[in-house]
Design a protein around this ligand. Structure first.
Ligand code: ADP
Ligand code: NI
Length: 218
């Protein structure tokens, strides 16, 4: 048990250093929130906490969006790191699978998680994309990429392939319709679903106000 706590402590330190200075919504504070939420969901759902926590801490270790669309780097880096700290191979394989599968790949692309631990971490990651924090992250991502907040003449696009989703450069309000409002119905766990409901309602209310204000109606 002691070694498991040590893996988590070392991994936490490692990612905190790695994500220093990252301001696009992928900062260590995001990792921290996903880690804490994964603990809560894993506990409620009876998942292995060590695997869930390591998966949460490493889930964004090399995001494809910041590596020219290469989505194989994350699992590789996670494996290297876990070897380095002496984790056992079954644990490494489970965590690698979480890192490889977690990302959202477009409205029409299914991304099934095979393990309960993966389901917990994916829910935690998705919960961080919705609600008050999620709204903040979306606009901060859009600013980082020089996107408009909103443009009334550009309707949302439902991407049916990961390739199309990757290339998308639309304004940030579209992102709510292309991803954020869809997440509630894609939660894996009961705990995740419950938390998502409330965050979803808050986003709907927010968008409603946003669009009314846009036209000078509120
Ligand atoms: P995931 O962890 O599911 O891969 P992402 O890494 O895609 O999530 O997204 C990180 C954060 O940036 C999320 O809060 C997400 O909603 C936001 N984001 C991603 N793409 C866009 C976009 N095109 N416009 C606005 N926000 C975005
Ligand atoms: Ni994430």
């Amino acid at each position: 048990m002691a070694s498991h706590d040590e893996w988590i402590e070392k991994t936490r330190d490692h990612v905190e250093h790695l994500f220093e200075g990252e301001g696009s919504g992928h900062d260590y504070q995001h990792i921290y929130r996903v880690w804490k939420m994964s603990q809560r969901i894993a506990e409620d759902e009876g998942a292995n906490k060590t695997v869930a926590e390591l998966g949460a801490l490493l889930h964004d270790i090399a995001d494809w969006k910041f590596h020219d669309g290469d989505d194989t780097i994350g699992p590789k880096k996670a494996e290297e790191w876990l070897h380095q700290i002496g984790a056992d191979q079954p644990t490494i394989d489970k965590v690698k699978d979480i890192v490889a599968t977690i990302s959202y790949k477009g409205a029409g692309v299914d991304t099934p998680m095979s393990s309960l631990e993966g389901k917990a971490v994916q829910d935690a990651d998705r919960l961080d994309a919705i609600g008050a924090v999620g709204i903040g992250r979306a606009f901060s991502y859009g600013g980082n990429k020089n996107r408009l907040m909103y443009h009334p003449d550009e309707p949302p696009v439902m991407h049916d392939s990961f390739e199309a989703y990757k290339k998308n450069k639309g304004h940030t309000v579209n992102h709510f319709y292309e991803k954020l409002l869809l997440l509630k119905d894609r939660m894996n766990t009961e705990t995740g679903k419950k938390i998502a409901e409330e965050r979803h309602r808050f986003m709907e209310e927010y968008l409603d106000r946003f669009l009314k204000e846009w036209d000078g109606h509120a």
